[in-house]
Structures are given as C-alpha cells and as structure tokens.
Design a protein around this ligand. Structure first.
Ligand code: ZN
Length: 273
C-alpha cells in the first residue's frame, strides 16, 4: 500500500491553460481525483499512517495535496497582471467541496516560507511588489479545516535574497544547509515564527526547498533536535508514492509541471500502484 502526495506552486501563472497555470491544473485535478473515486486526506494523516499511528484501512485509496512557497495566491483571489483574476488555491478547494463532486473531505497543506523579511523581499523581486507574500491569512487558513499551514524553511535559500541563512552564502541549493547554526534557523526558528503567527500552533511537517537536503540534516539535526524543532516528518520532491517503509525525513512527493502536465499524466500517477 502507498499514497501519492501532489505538489503545486500557486505563483506559477504563465497562461490560462492547464499546463501553465497551477490554479487551473488544481481545479481540473480535483475532478480527476473524484472521478477515480479517490479520497483526499490531510498530509498529516499520511504521516500518521507512515509512523504507524493509523491503520491501512483508514487511508485506503487516498491522495494528499500540498502547495509550496505560500504567497497570497494560496488564499486570496488575485488579479494577475497578465492573466487576469485567479481563483485562490484555497477557494478552488472550497468550490470543489461545494460542488458535491468530491468524495468527502477536500484538504491541502500549504508549506510557507517563514521569514517576513524574505517574503517581503521576494514579493518585490519575484511578484509585482503589492505585498502579496504576507502572512495575514495563515491563521484563518489553519483554522478552516480545509488548509493546514506548515513549514518550507526560514528563507528558502532563495537566489534573489541579498543574504540567506547559509554560512557561505550559497543560495538555491537547500542541501547546503549542513551546520547546526544554519539548520537551527531553517528549521527551529522557522517553525517558531510560524507558530507565533498561528497563535501557538507549531508546524510539524517540513518541505525542503528545491526538494533536496543534506545528510547532516537528515541523519543528525532532525532526529537529534526533535524536541527543539517539533517536526515529525519532512518531504523531498522525489517522484514516488509514500510507503510505510523508508525514512520519515525523506518522504516523497510528485510536483505538477515536472511529473505531470496533463490530466492523463496525473491519472497515470494516481493509478500506478
Ligand atoms: Zn519552494
């Protein structure tokens, strides 16, 4: 038995077509999931099952959905400068639930970049500088029952930031986080800031930026510092299904655009056991 986890990036709005718009893809993919008779379950349930806390029967024929980077496109409908109004990922989930075409629960986990300074800077360099990378929505999303807010590192080691929490200022490669000082910022400090915004609810799931991670983080920092950082599991972007075996700090996910870019491609992933 195994469970696929799907990943979308809400800032990917290039055109208003399935292949080049993660919002349109999500809306179509929810229908595909429904047609296949699969259940959407929260990512936390996938982890509970992986950790042996849930029986196979409780997660049978299921799929989990995740979003990375956590801009306003996850939560608010926004008028995109070249593609027009975009329904938010959150509202697409709610629309699907209201349509009656889901098999029960509709849910996704949003992995957000924690650092307010990093998001403010990325809003200017990566978006259009309208303050669309704020955390105003995290608490409402997190208490909605439709979307969990979890951690996607402190600063993503994003190449467009002046300074990042990496000792040699190596950007764009999260496997370069390999010292205690850097890891403690990217994991513990990131989690504490998100918990502060959420009113005390600590994130327990982590998604590695760019999907990769160092041996130090997986074999030393995460297992040894668990009481400090509070994470229970972490996700890469290795394209395979989550199984009961394997390392809880290296759980896999499929990524839209890279691993499928048509509804048929998704069907292959969802029905390939
Ligand atoms: Zn990311």
């Amino acid at each position: 038995m195994s469970i696929p986890v799907l990943t979308y990036h809400a800032v990917n709005v290039i055109k208003n077509t399935y292949a080049e718009n993660d919002h349109l893809a999500l809306a179509a993919d929810l229908l595909t999931i429904g047609e296949l008779g699969l259940n959407i379950i929260p990512l936390s349930k996938v982890v509970d099952w992986h950790l042996g806390l849930l029986d196979d029967g409780e997660v049978a024929r299921s799929v989990a959905i995740t979003f990375d980077d956590g801009s306003w496109f996850d939560f608010y409908d926004l008028d995109h400068p070249t593609c027009g109004m975009q329904r938010s990922m959150f509202n697409i989930l709610r629309d699907h639930m209201a349509s009656g075409r889901s098999n029960g629960q509709v849910h996704a986990t949003s992995f957000v970049i924690s650092s307010p300074q990093a998001r403010e800077s990325l809003d200017k360099t990566g978006l259009i500088g309208k303050g669309w990378w704020g955390d105003e929505w995290w608490r409402e999303a997190s208490s909605s029952g439709v979307m969990d807010v979890e951690c996607h590192s402190w600063d993503h080691l994003h190449p467009e930031l002046d300074r990042v929490a990496q000792e040699n200022q190596i950007k764009g490669d999260f496997s370069q986080v390999k010292s205690f000082v850097d890891a403690d910022i990217q994991f513990r400090q990131a989690g504490e800031n998100i918990a502060g915004v959420l009113g005390g609810k600590s994130p327990t799931l982590f998604a590695y930026p760019y999907g990769s991670v160092s041996r130090y983080v997986v074999t030393e920092y995460l297992p040894e510092q668990q009481s400090a950082h509070n994470f229970l599991a972490a996700f890469t972007t290795e394209p395979r299904r989550v199984s009961k075996t394997g390392n809880k700090w290296l759980l896999p996910r499929y990524v839209f655009g890279r691993d499928w870019d048509t509804p048929g491609g998704l069907k292959n992933i969802l029905t390939r056991f």
